[in-house]
Design a protein around this ligand. Structure first.
Ligand SMILES: Nc1ncnc2c1ncn2[C@@H]1O[C@H](COP(=O)(O)OP(=O)(O)OP(=O)(O)O)[C@@H](O)[C@H]1O
Ligand SMILES: [Mg+2]
Length: 211
């Protein structure tokens, strides 16, 4: 509102600062809406995956771009060229993990993204040098709205890891968090790569679901 009433006479630097602030807030809101929609889709079984062979390099560079971490991420693709996955959803999984590593570790700390290939699956680890996740919280961080630590907190809704796990599971995979050497967080997910084998779709979460 300062911008609206005094916009013309404002010091250019302050004007820039206010505009940048408004933009950040707008982006945050847009992301929250997007996350809430994704959660609704996941819970409604309305999530559809389009699984194709996607360039690993492209997936990671997209996630780095969205999370604005180009200066901090050190990626090691381990010779992996492509990953069979849904491109948009995999960018989202990587973005959520890299965004957390950025948000919860020291401002210039490195973020390591490591891809490894097994006989029929690919694993990706996102590791940071922050405080890590206490052992007793490692299961619950993936819960909806779960956030750790005391206030004041970094901005967020506690949806990122819930969405991340749901998307990994929709690919038929699993995700876990461990302690990195030196105490940081190390999130690793594994997704099967066998072509022909249908990924477990989020609209059929479990064989035990009764209608
Ligand atoms: N790399 C990490 N290091 C330390 N703590 C983490 C890390 N990643 C997640 N956490 C903890 O787990 C909580 C849940 O993470 P999640 O990504 O689900 O939510 P968020 O980052 O708080 O909000 P959102 O992702 O919805 O913007 C975080 O609030 C934080 O306390
Ligand atoms: Mg997050």
């Amino acid at each position: 509102s300062t911008l609206r009433t005094h916009g013309d006479g404002l010091d250019p630097a302050l004007r820039e600062e206010l505009l940048a602030g408004a933009e950040t807030q707008a982006q945050r809101l847009a992301r929250l809406v997007d996350d809430l929609l994704t959660v609704a889709r996941i819970e409604d079984g309305a999530l559809r995956l389009d699984v194709q062979a996607i360039e690993a390099d492209w997936l990671i560079s997209q996630a780095i771009q969205v999370s604005r971490t180009a200066d901090r991420v050190q990626a090691d693709l381990g010779g992996v060229q492509t990953i069979r996955c849904d491109a948009d959803q995999m960018v989202r999984v990587l973005t959520n993990l890299i965004d957390n590593a950025r948000k919860y570790s020291p401002p210039d700390g490195p973020i390591f993204v490591t891809v490894t290939e097994g006989p029929s699956a690919i694993s990706v680890s996102v590791r940071d040098e922050g405080p890590g996740i206490p052992k007793e919280c490692r299961a619950e961080v993936f819960d909806r709205f779960k956030r750790l630590g005391e206030k004041p907190q970094k901005p967020g809704a506690g949806l990122g890891l819930y969405i991340t796990r749901s998307l990994v599971e929709a690919h038929g995979g699993t995700i876990r968090v461990d302690e990195a050497p030196g105490g940081g967080a190390d999130f690793t997910f594994t997704i099967p790569q066998t072509e022909g084998e249908q990924p477990v779709s989020a609209d059929r979460p479990a064989a035990t679901t009764t209608v």
